[in-house]
Design a protein around this ligand. Structure first.
Ligand code: ARG
Length: 411
């Protein structure tokens, strides 16, 4: 009889290492897949660890794909979940999910596994990817089934010779990629308490950040960042450099009580220096080159897009349709934005574009004003016609505004 084969998303951490043994104990051949999405860590070491636990291993460098195919559309949509979180973890999930399916096909596996618990968003995202891309595959989430506490897991690992990571004393659960770092658990579970400095890893404390501000100048072409400080860079490298620069100035710390898909409110801390700066810069450039009605409509698209990505609905026709819409608005989003980085704050301080709608002769209050102010009166007469008609028709209504009644009486 051939044994069942399962492809496991493997990070090298305790949960997924225990998962290898747990799946093997259930008679399965385990193939691991580790994806480089720009997280720090020694991928060779992770591969070696999986091998020693008896798994066949795959490692895929998907940094560029992540930046171009997942982060860029989200940036162009100005995606910020609940107005706060640039969706760094959420965006990496469909990419990992897609690669899991590809490897499962290559390996002839019928199962896919991940290390998510039953309380979070990530299980929803991974499971929905498989449902959308390869419904014939079955998903196993060992941590959803085994019912072990952290302590029992460590015990399980020790009994079976699974190396327990040295940082296991850390009370925090973290997830990292190019677009940001997520931290949960430990004292963060009390939303009244300020996050201790130790939860941060990518950012200098704003208090300890340089006393001298730095300006990040970002060049966009058709809505895509293509140069930083005048130097052309591939998007993936631009994000990495900007994480470094903005992180040094304490930019990108986010402390948020978040509404999870499964209904739980959870306290999350993020470090997203590059994402914070790039979304602000992109919005500032759009404000310069796009008309008001389009900007307003874009804001509703951004909110919808963010929820959709957060909820694990990446591989859906709605996401594709929204991407097409957003892409169609980016042609003129070309130009330079300057963002001042100073002690934790990122402030847009300058913008320029060949497609700028800003007309100095129209805006100025000084010499050279070309705006015909006398025309405003007629404009307001017509613009206010509905309000005037409404007020006249409502004079006798019981709920007519008091001011209107008083004015009537005074006549
Ligand atoms: N709450 C965030 C999200 O759902 C981050 C989850 C981070 N995962 C983790 N293992 N710490 O996108």
């Amino acid at each position: 009889m051939t044994r069942d084969k399962v492809v496991l998303a493997y990070s090298g951490g305790l949960d997924t290492s225990v998962a290898i043994r747990w799946l093997q104990d259930r008679g399965m051949d385990v193939v691991t897949l580790t994806i480089d999405v720009g997280q720090p860590g020694d991928l060779d070491g992770i591969r070696e660890k999986a091998r020693r636990l008896g798994a066949k291993t795959h490692v895929v460098d998907a940094r560029r794909e992540f930046a171009e195919q997942f982060v860029l559309p989200a940036l162009q949509a100005n995606a910020m979940y609940e107005g706060q979180y640039p969706l760094s973890t959420a965006l990496a999930r469909p990419l990992i999910g897609k690669h899991l399916v590809v490897i499962a096909q290559k390996e002839g596996a019928t199962f896919i596994a991940h290390g998510c618990t039953g309380k979070g968003n990530d299980q929803v995202r991974f499971d929905l990817c498989t449902t959308a891309l390869a419904p014939h595959l079955t998903v196993i989430a060992p941590a959803r089934e085994w019912g072990m506490t952290r302590e029992q897991e460590i015990e399980y690992a020790k009994e079976r010779g699974i190396p327990v990571p040295v940082d296991n004393g850390s009370p925090y659960s973290t997830d990292e990629n190019l677009w940001g770092r997520s931290v949960e658990c430990g004292v963060l579970e009390d939303p009244r308490i300020e996050p201790p400095e130790e939860v941060y890893n990518w950012t200098t404390s704003p208090a300890a950040a340089p006393d001298e501000a730095a300006n990040a100048t970002i060049h966009f072409e058709g809505g895509k960042p293509t140069a930083l400080q005048g130097r052309r860079l591939e998007f993936v490298d631009l994000i990495a450099s900007l994480n470094e620069l903005a992180g040094r100035h304490g930019v990108g710390r986010i402390d948020h009580v978040e509404s999870r898909v499964v209904g739980i409110k959870s306290r999350e801390v993020y470090e997203c220096p590059a994402a914070t700066v790039l979304v602000k810069a992109h919005q500032a450039l759009e404000a310069l080159v796009l008309p008001r009605d389009l900007l307003e409509f874009q804001r509703s698209v951004a909110a919808r897009y963010s929820t959709l990505v957060y909820d694990g609905l990446w591989f859906t026709p709605l996401r594709e349709a929204l991407d097409s819409f957003v892409a169609s608005t980016q042609e003129r989003v070309t130009g330079d934005v300057s963002v001042k980085l100073f002690k934790g704050a990122a402030t847009v301080v300058g913008r320029a574009s060949p497609y700028s709608l800003y007309d100095h002769a129209l805006a100025t209050y000084s010499q050279g004003d070309r705006f015909r102010q006398s025309m405003a009166e007629g404009f307001i007469y017509v613009w206010g016609l509905p309000a005037r008609t409404w007020a006249a028709a409502g004079e006798k209504a019981p709920t007519a505004p008091k001011l209107l009644k008083a004015a009537k009486r005074a006549k």
